[in-house]
Design a protein around this ligand. Structure first.
Ligand SMILES: Cc1cc2nc3c(=O)[nH]c(=O)nc-3n(C[C@H](O)[C@H](O)[C@H](O)COP(=O)(O)OP(=O)(O)OC[C@H]3O[C@@H](n4cnc5c(N)ncnc54)[C@H](O)[C@@H]3O)c2cc1C
Length: 338
């Protein structure tokens, strides 16, 4: 276990913002950490945050609290049935390493979620999703350290209340739980999901599409489309795609016939936030070293490498205002602003 004061977080957030945390605690032994947490309950009565790779965080100033950083990383098959494996991973394992390992084990389902940055623990907090798949579809159960009773509790995938980039860990269990491990229910027989247009285009000539092929296609698509946070600071999509009801959608479509949207088939429509930002003429727009990515308007970047968190936040506010003025829609950040 590590326990440091005034700890630099620059390498622990993908925007590469140079801020310090008052206190930083990381652990690679769960039993040791539970004992420590039980003897130091005060930490959890004050300001704290659990972080993985910081790939969905924007620090706008030094963090005047405690950062808890799980570094427990084991994984393996727990049990199997005729058609399924239950594979468990501890929270600190890098998500994409886990996806790769599951495919090596011939345990299928997570391939569309390849190359998403971050950790296994955060994947369920965020209910990460890409190319027609959400992690919640494969979660058997989640084990977390309960910060009220300081014991490990288990909740089922259904109890996690997964929805679009949302889960119980962002609501009822916010600041009450540290995810320590996740059990995934994965297929022995591949069921490749190629519905998403980009993937469909990649596999159109292939007779026998395998999950490994999908993984490779997803990695290629993502590498072409998204800036690599190791090279240019970013946190992926900065805003969520707004979801609106049919009346509002009909009105908008009348004004903007090119509108990009997905019919959710429940009376609601998801509008492509990147398209809204693009139509406002903001692709490539720069503000104090921060910028809207030139190819992906939904991604804000630390272009100069020296932008501060508050500069990126100001850029986000400019975008919010322009989109609101033009479309009457209030974008909501996907990134957690601290
Ligand atoms: C280039 C790029 C592309 C991306 N593409 C996608 C994408 O396609 N789809 C998608 O869904 N996301 C995407 N993201 C966002 C990001 O990868 C995910 O949100 C990811 O799950 C964050 O993981 P993390 O470990 O970095 O979590 P952090 O950013 O450190 O934390 C995120 C949240 O989870 C909480 N948390 C983290 N670990 C724990 C834990 N063990 N217990 C309790 N709470 C915890 C934190 O407190 C915080 O609220 C992208 C990001 C980048 C930089």
């Amino acid at each position: 276990m590590k326990d440091f004061s005034n700890y630099c977080l620059k390498s622990l957030n993908t925007f590469k913002i140079d801020v310090n945390a008052d206190r930083f605690i990381s652990f690679d032994n769960l039993d040791e950490f539970i004992l420590f947490a039980t003897e130091n309950k005060d930490i959890f009565n004050q300001k704290f945050i659990v972080t993985g790779e910081g790939s969905n965080l924007l620090f706008t100033c030094d963090y005047d609290g405690t950062v808890i950083h799980p570094e427990i990383k084991s994984f393996g098959i727990l049990h199997e049935t005729d058609n399924h494996y239950v594979v468990q991973s501890e929270a600190g394992l890098k998500w994409d390493n886990f996806v790769e390992e599951t495919l090596k084990l011939q345990a299928f389902g997570l391939e569309n979620l390849s190359l998403i940055p971050g950790t296994v623990g955060a994947s369920v907090v965020q209910n990460i999703g890409a190319y027609g798949v959400e992690v919640g579809d494969f979660v058997d159960n989640v084990k977390y350290l309960c910060l009220e009773e300081f014991v490990i509790k288990t909740i089922s995938g259904d109890e996690c209340q997964f929805s679009y980039r949302n889960s119980i860990f962002k609501n009822e269990l916010k600041n009450k739980a540290i995810v320590v491990a996740v059990d995934f229910f994965l297929n022995k027989i591949p069921e490749c999901n190629t519905n998403y247009a980009d993937i469909k285009a990649c596999v159109s000539d292939i007779a026998d599409v395998t999950p490994m092929f999908i993984r490779k296609a997803v990695i290629d698509i993502r590498n072409k489309k998204l800036p690599d946070p190791d090279i240019i600071g970013n946190a992926g999509s900065f805003f969520k795609n707004p979801v609106i009801v049919k009346d509002q959608f009909d009105e908008l479509l009348l004004k903007f016939p090119d509108l990009r949207y997905y019919d959710l088939h429940n009376g609601n429509y998801k509008i492509a936030a990147g398209w809204l930002i693009d139509v406002c003429g903001l692709k490539g727009f720069e503000h104090k070293g921060a910028a809207v990515h030139e190819n992906q308007a939904l991604v804000l970047i630390n272009k100069s490498g020296k932008a501060q968190g508050k500069d990126i936040k100001e850029l986000a506010d400019i975008i919010l205002k322009k989109v609101k003025d033009k479309f009457g829609l209030a974008l909501e950040p996907e990134v957690i602003i601290l």
